[in-house]
Design a protein around this ligand. Structure first.
Ligand code: SAH
Ligand code: SF4
Ligand code: F3S
Length: 441
């Protein structure tokens, strides 16, 4: 299009940021912006940032530093910072990096087009309010462009749990659920545009309690409602808190065919002492019992989790409890992180005795080694089996196509298939991070 302005968005952090970036690109589309894939050609650069660990937050400043020459060469270039660093640091970002024109927090994205108009030419625009309006309602006016077969849909945002280490309750605010009918309409719209698999998103997605046709609905009921959409083949959700896995949601894993056999259920530690200090409000035994119940309704379920090593006060014995829990659960995949003190969180403010960073790192490596071995075992067990695959894109090799299995494994095939096809695949090999096989007609 003639006279079209170019927008470059770089996204850090969780899937929620991926979803938000898509919404922001669409909103700025209404202001005449088209997305491009490199910052060099952009008229506006937007960083959608993450504050969860120190490293994540620091990446933003080093990335901004790289744009200095671009801004000098093109003074009209607008640079914006969105996401959780924007929320946490606000004006401080412009102080540290004066070439930033615009700062917008996650709850103010519906105001982005207006902020964009105001910012630039020395004028700074900032919005980190927590307004009452539903930002998504305002952000849904978008072109009916075709979509990739797997999409994210945010249904719940924010968090009221206040785990001692975590910034999310501060950067995303209180827990808010979107109403059922809006989610349903958005899901229908996605399906019309080619989507076959939807992952429902929330920092605490299983705490979902949205307004339905007859009072408040939980996540299980929302999932069952969405499963009625014909063209929608698969439903997933992430991330869940163990304390919000209610009976209905557990049951849905056994009786809702479109709900995929995969559950990301972070536990953080296997030590009751540390779980208490983290304010997780459950014990290791309660978590294990929950996992058993999941396996009773869905024996082949793939389990995933998150872990933190070196939380203040963690002893060798506490860490051994974590290793024991991992051995007992047997994860299909899991993420583990070294504790990073975050400004404003109870764990950082209390100034409890930090674990020696070298010890925390050593624990992290040991844990990761164990998790990697479990991951391999789970993946290798797929060889010889027949799995269902949703084809998502072309692979790197000519003629190769790649999709995801029900258990979220990447599966490569060389048969003639199209993006969006659901096919049965006989798995013949297991590589480092993917499976390979033959399509069964
Ligand atoms: N809502 C999810 C997780 C959100 S953050 C839950 O309740 O589990 C994703 C993961 O980042 C967390 O599960 C935790 O493992 C990790 N994380 C969060 N804050 C951290 C910190 N300060 N240091 C290290 N890891 C952290
Ligand atoms: Fe953070 Fe805990 Fe909320 Fe998860 S449940 S987002 S870890 S405060
Ligand atoms: Fe990061 Fe914010 Fe997501 S801190 S993990 S981008 S909610």
């Amino acid at each position: 299009m003639a006279g079209e302005k170019k927008l470059y968005i770089k996204t850090y952090g969780c899937q929620m940021n991926v979803y938000d970036s898509e919404r922001m690109a669409e909103a700025l589309g209404g202001s005449g912006y088209a997305e491009v894939s490199s910052p060099e050609e952009a008229d506006m650069i937007l960083l959608n940032t993450c504050h969860i660990r120190e490293k994540a937050a620091e990446k933003v400043y080093s990335e901004l530093g790289r744009y200095k020459d671009l801004k000098i060469a093109k003074p009209d270039l607008k640079i914006g910072v969105a996401g959780c660093v924007a929320q946490a640091e606000g004006e401080e970002i412009m102080r540290r990096q004066p070439m930033v024109d615009l700062v917008v927090g996650p709850q103010s994205y519906h105001r982005l087009p207006e902020l964009e108009r105001r910012a630039g030419g020395g004028v700074k625009a900032l919005d980190t309010e927590f307004p009452e309006e539903d930002k998504f309602e305002k952000l849904t006016a978008r072109p009916k462009a075709k979509r990739a077969p797997a999409a994210f849909l945010t249904v719940q945002e924010g968090c009221d749990k206040f785990c001692a280490f975590c910034v999310v309750p501060y950067t995303r605010g209180a827990e808010v659920s979107r109403p059922v009918d809006r989610i349903f309409r958005e899901a229908e719209d996605l399906v019309e545009r080619g989507v076959r698999e939807i992952t429902l998103l929330g920092q605490n997605v299983n705490a979902y309690h949205g307004e339905g046709s007859d009072g408040t609905w939980g996540l299980a009921r929302l999932i069952r409602r969405l499963a009625e959409i014909d063209g929608l083949k698969r439903i997933r959700f992430t991330t869940s808190h163990p304390n919000d896995m209610d009976d209905d949601l557990i049951a849905a894993h056994g009786d809702c065919e479109k709900l995929m056999p995969y559950l990301h259920l972070p536990v953080q530690s296997g030590s009751d002492r540390i779980l208490k200090a983290m304010n997780r409000k459950h014990t290791a035994a309660e978590y294990i019992r929950l996992i058993e119940r999941m396996r009773e309704v869905r024996p082949d379920i793939a389990l995933s989790g998150d872990f933190i090593t070196g939380f203040p006060g963690e002893t060798d014995a506490d860490f051994e409890d974590t290793m024991a829990l991992v051995r007992e659960v047997k994860y299909a995949s899991a993420f583990s992180f070294k504790y990073s003190p975050r400004p404003g969180t109870p764990a950082a403010e209390k100034g409890d005795k930090m674990v020696d960073p070298a010890v925390a790192t050593e624990r992290l490596y040991r844990l990761q080694e164990l998790i990697t071995a479990q991951q391999r075992e789970f993946q290798n067990a797929m060889v010889g089996r027949e799995v269902s695959v949703l084809i998502e894109r072309a692979g790197r090799m000519p003629g190769q196509m790649v999709g995801k299995s029900e258990h979220l494994h990447a599966v490569y095939v060389t048969d003639t298939v199209a993006v969006g096809d659901m096919v049965r695949v006989a798995i013949t090999e297991s590589a480092t991070n993917s499976l390979g096989g033959r399509v069964i007609r």
